[in-house]
Design a protein. Structure first.
Length: 177
C-alpha cells in the first residue's frame, strides 16, 4: 500500500492506534472487513448521538460495506484500506450537503476549500497486527480553530471507537484459528 503521505502529506491533527493479533494477515483482513457497528455497542451509541438520533442503518452490515462517508482512496486485500473524507466536521451535518464533495480518489486529491477539513483514515494489516491512523488537514486559520475545539471534544470518543474496532477485529481473527 502507498504511504499516507501520498494522500495527505500536510496535516495538523493526527491519531494512531494499533493492536497485536495472533493470526496471519489474510485472517486479520477478513476479520476487519467483517466488523460491523453491532460488534461495538459503544460505537453504536456514539454514532446515534452524533447523528442526532437518526438510525445508523443496517447495524449488522460491515463498516467497509456499509454507510461509510467519503471516498475509498486505496483498497488492497490483505494489506488494508485508505478512506478520504472532506467537510466541516465541527458542524452537526459535517458538510454533508457540499455539492463539491469529492466522489473519486482523483477529486479527493485535488479538493481544496479553505473552510473545510480534508482527512484520511487508514487501516493497515500486517502479520500479527492491525493499525489505524487518522490525519486531518484544515487549510485556513479560522476553520482550524473551529476544528481544534471539535477535536478536543471528539478525539477521545473517536479514539475509543477505533480501539474497539481493532479489538473486535482481533476477536474475529483469533476466533477463526
Amino acid at each position: 500500500m502507498r504511504p499516507l503521505d501520498d494522500f495527505l502529506p500536510a496535516y495538523e491533527f493526527c491519531e494512531q492506534h494499533s493492536i497485536a493479533i495472533d493470526a496471519p494477515a489474510v485472517r486479520i483482513d477478513a476479520a476487519f472487513r467483517g466488523v460491523s457497528i453491532s460488534d461495538i455497542p459503544v460505537a453504536r451509541a456514539l454514532w446515534w448521538v452524533r447523528r442526532l438520533g437518526r438510525p445508523y442503518g443496517d447495524a449488522a452490515k460491515p463498516f467497509l460495506g456499509g454507510e461509510l462517508p467519503g471516498v475509498v482512496l486505496e483498497d488492497v486485500p490483505e494489506e488494508g484500506i485508505v478512506l478520504g473524507l472532506t467537510g466541516q466536521f465541527w458542524r452537526v451535518r459535517g458538510g454533508q450537503r457540499d455539492p463539491q464533495k469529492p466522489t473519486t480518489p482523483e477529486e479527493f486529491l485535488a479538493y481544496e476549500r479553505p473552510d473545510t477539513c480534508k482527512a484520511v483514515i487508514d487501516f493497515r494489516v500486517g502479520e500479527n497486527s492491525l493499525c489505524t491512523e487518522t490525519r486531518v488537514h484544515v487549510a485556513d486559520v479560522a476553520s482550524r480553530r473551529k476544528f481544534r475545539r471539535y477535536w478536543l471534544v471528539i478525539r477521545p470518543f473517536s479514539g475509543l471507537i477505533r480501539i474497539l474496532l481493532l479489538r473486535a477485529a482481533r476477536r474475529r481473527a483469533e476466533a477463526r484459528a
